[in-house]
Design a protein around this ligand. Sequence first.
Ligand SMILES: [Ca+2]
Length: 151
Amino acid sequence: MIDFDGDGYPDILLRNYRMKAALYCNANVSGNNYLNVRLTGTKSNRDAIGAKIKITSAGKTQMREVYAGSGFLSMSTLTQFFGLGKADKIDALEVIWPSGAKQVFKDISANRMVKITEGKSEPVIEELKPRIPKEMVAAALHEREAKKAAH
Ligand SMILES: [Ca+2]
């Protein structure tokens, strides 16, 4: 999984044995909100493998653990994706680092990339700008639907 077009929503790139690679682009027609979290360890390993992230939003709690690999000879991006539904903010984001250190951040707006460095009290929060314009994705989807209808 990787956010190929940089719009904050995860896409899937599949490489198959003796076949062409396939990119499944998530067009996000739902309009739901998200949060991306990227951790950098200082005392812990730099990629923060083994860190746990807990977010609370609209009364719901979600948890992720940062993994080094997934599947055979493949891996996912180290950016953690949280789907938020219609919630537009995160009440609390808690990181438990492999070193045992714990950090809590409050009131983060949705649809952002939050970069957290172990031990730093302020995260770097970025608004993501898609590399592929929404109109191009919409046009590609429209073309695909038209092809389907023609068959
Ligand atoms: Ca994407």
